[in-house]
Design a protein around this ligand. Structure first.
Ligand SMILES: *[C@@H]1O[C@H](CO)[C@@H](O)[C@H](O)[C@H]1NC(C)=O
Ligand SMILES: *[C@@H]1O[C@H](CO)[C@@H](O)[C@H](O)[C@H]1NC(C)=O
Ligand SMILES: *[C@@H]1O[C@H](CO)[C@@H](O)[C@H](O)[C@H]1NC(C)=O
Ligand SMILES: *[C@@H]1O[C@H](CO)[C@@H](O)[C@H](O)[C@H]1NC(C)=O
Ligand SMILES: *[C@@H]1O[C@H](CO)[C@@H](O)[C@H](O)[C@H]1NC(C)=O
Ligand SMILES: *[C@@H]1O[C@H](CO)[C@@H](O)[C@H](O)[C@H]1NC(C)=O
Length: 515
């Protein structure tokens, strides 16, 4: 199937070169080079001189809708146009009624993380392949990502343990200095910013220097010693200053990556424990005032940066104190506890509607029962897409993936906590594999620009389809539909203005529909 479709796209591309008039309806993409590693579906191979692309969504012809499909069967961003008002289905399996007057949260965006490992993996590839990968994520013909995260000091996705000031007792931080990994990350962040000048970047610390901590270790159970509360806030300002000197500015910081980890006994990689009360007091007395009185007074503070089940307890403990809350803009969420029902997100939004909810980390493969890397797993794409739809349908404003690029083993990770990523590289053959997860993210990131607004829909029986509907700033309506069933389902989308769109949603496939 993939080969036939690819041939069609090549023919269409040629038509595009010679006959300008075809542009609006052409399949403006270069096709995937599929490779099957026997894990259920295919990856798309990128090399220094070839990587599949997809043009941004241009104007949609009147009375037509744009339809993008990726599937377990091997479709990757297959574009077609259909007629609005095609009433060929008398009894569709599912009817989705759009209600544009029912509006919810504004969307912040989508992205991934410039971890040390991402930078180390990119650095050993050819310059041309590095560029292909950054374009694949942040470029106009790529996923058009507009969020980026980075680790502030070492994390598990580093090849070694360090902080920016490992000189014991240096409370004035005279020896604060960035490391070689930062130079690499900054190089790639700046390349991404050239591709998309509107990236919101945020940084997260995993741990303070050992000497500031109760356990004198980068990992394990331990917290920040209270006498170093001021120094740890100054450390954030120093970090922002050093990055700014090298040309990178941050939109936000999270107060701590996964503050619960450092409360657990013997936690195996970089962490620092905070109770919600401790985080509240440190933000109120130290981080908040220190940032506010620095030139980084516009840098936003995100709390939690940890698992979904904690959200209400955490938000109540921190945000009910107005002297802490006034410094805070949002609540960060990691996805590893998303088996917990999303109604807790509704509760958090209801109690604290002025604070954005943002997905700040997600990845698959950390569970020891799973393979770290599974090249071509469609199941992992479905897990990403269903989580994004669920989060966004419960007030979450965006979704940040974890490592942008990992190696074939899912590393490097000094602690052995290897995982999967949407782009996996083979540093021997200078190849990159775009996983089904990459396309899953693109079905959202490429079509739901910042400031799009989620809108309402109703469906009496959705037959297990996952559905998301948004209205873009340019007034285009976008639906993302995931079918995890083993059967194909016919869908009629009934717009409130009497527009009807009919599509067939194949088994194990992901669809973006825009009109
Ligand atoms: C009308 O809808 C049917 C069912 O989805 C589809 O097979 C057909 O191609 C559509 N026709 C047009 C012109 O969009
Ligand atoms: C659409 O949503 C609005 C706002 O929530 C609601 O008042 C209205 O009843 C809805 N319309 C339909 C047809 O359900
Ligand atoms: C944590 O490590 C200590 C020292 O190695 C050991 O005695 C203890 O049993 C460990 N606790 C857990 C919960 O694994
Ligand atoms: C924030 O910092 C900028 C740059 O240093 C400064 O010009 C501005 O006055 C500050 N704003 C506030 C509210 O302190
Ligand atoms: C290349 O990738 C392999 C995993 O396939 C990894 O073990 C090795 O450390 C990487 N080499 C470099 C130089 O990054
Ligand atoms: C979108 O629609 C609204 C309401 O109809 C209109 O005011 C606005 O100008 C439109 N925006 C664009 C970019 O077309």
């Amino acid at each position: 199937m993939c080969t036939v479709v690819s041939l069609v796209s090549i023919v269409r591309m040629k038509a595009l070169t010679f006959v300008g008039i075809v542009v609006a309806l052409s399949n403006a993409k270069t096709p995937c080079q599929p490779r099957d590693f026997g894990h259920g579906s295919v990856v798309c191979l990128c090399t220094a001189d070839y990587c599949d692309t997809l043009e941004p969504l241009g104007p949609i012809p009147n009375n037509k809708f744009y339809h993008l499909v990726s599937s377990q069967d091997g479709e990757r961003f297959e574009v077609s146009y259909g007629e609005i008002g095609n009433h060929s289905l008398d009894l569709p399996d599912v009817v989705i009624r759009i209600n544009k007057t029912e509006t919810f949260q504004k969307i912040l965006g989508f992205g991934g993380a410039f971890t040390d490992s991402t930078a180390l993996n990119l650095a050993v590839l050819s310059k041309d392949l590095q560029r292909q990968i950054l374009k694949a994520y942040y470029g106009k013909n790529g996923l058009e990502y507009n969020l980026g995260r980075t680790n502030m000091g070492s994390c598990d996705f580093s090849s070694r343990l360090y902080s920016y000031d490992d000189v014991e007792g240096d409370v004035s931080l005279d020896h604060f200095a960035l490391v070689e990994e930062d130079n690499l990350k900054i190089r790639y962040i700046k390349e991404a910013q050239k591709l998309n000048p509107d990236i919101k970047l945020f940084a997260s610390p995993w741990t303070a220097p050992k000497w500031m901590k109760t356990n004198n270790q980068f990992f394990g159970q331990g917290s920040l010693r209270t006498e170093f509360y001021p120094a740890w806030a100054t450390y954030f300002v120093k970090f922002l200053e050093e990055y700014e000197k090298l040309g990178v500015q941050f939109w936000a910081v999270t107060a701590q990556n996964e503050p619960l980890d450092g409360i657990l006994p013997n936690f195996s990689f970089n962490c620092m424990g905070w109770t919600p009360g401790q985080q509240r007091d440190w933000i109120k007395n130290n981080l908040g005032p220190t940032l506010a009185s620095s030139k980084f007074n516009q840098t936003k503070i995100i709390i939690l940066d940890d698992q979904r089940p904690l959200i209400v307890i955490w938000a109540r403990a921190v945000l009910r104190d107005p002297d802490a809350a006034k410094y805070i803009s949002g609540i960060g969420l990691h996805w590893y506890g998303d088996i917990y029902p999303p109604t807790i997100l509704e509760q958090a939004h209801k109690e604290f509607p002025e604070y954005f909810l943002l997905g700040t980390e997600a990845c698959i493969g950390s569970n020891p029962l799973e393979e770290a890397v599974l090249l071509g797993s469609w199941n992992r794409a479905e897990r990403y897409a269903s989580d994004i739809i669920q989060d966004l349908n419960h007030w979450v404003t965006g979704w940040t993936d974890w490592n942008l690029v990992l190696d074939l083993e899912g590393g490097p990770n000094w602690a052995g906590n290897t995982v999967d990523a949407p782009i996996i590289v083979d540093n021997v053959t200078d190849r990159a594999y775009k996983q089904p997860m990459y396309y899953a993210l693109g079905h959202f990131s490429k079509f739901i620009p910042r400031d799009s607004v989620r809108i309402g829909f109703e469906s009496e029986d959705s037959k297990g389809l996952h559905v998301l509907a948004v209205q873009r700033p340019d007034n285009v309506t976008v639906l993302v539909i995931l079918n995890q069933n083993d059967v194909s389902i016919s869908v009629a989308i009934q717009d409130s203005q009497n527009k009807r769109i009919e599509v067939s949603v194949g088994q194990h496939s992901l669809h973006t529909i825009a009109y």
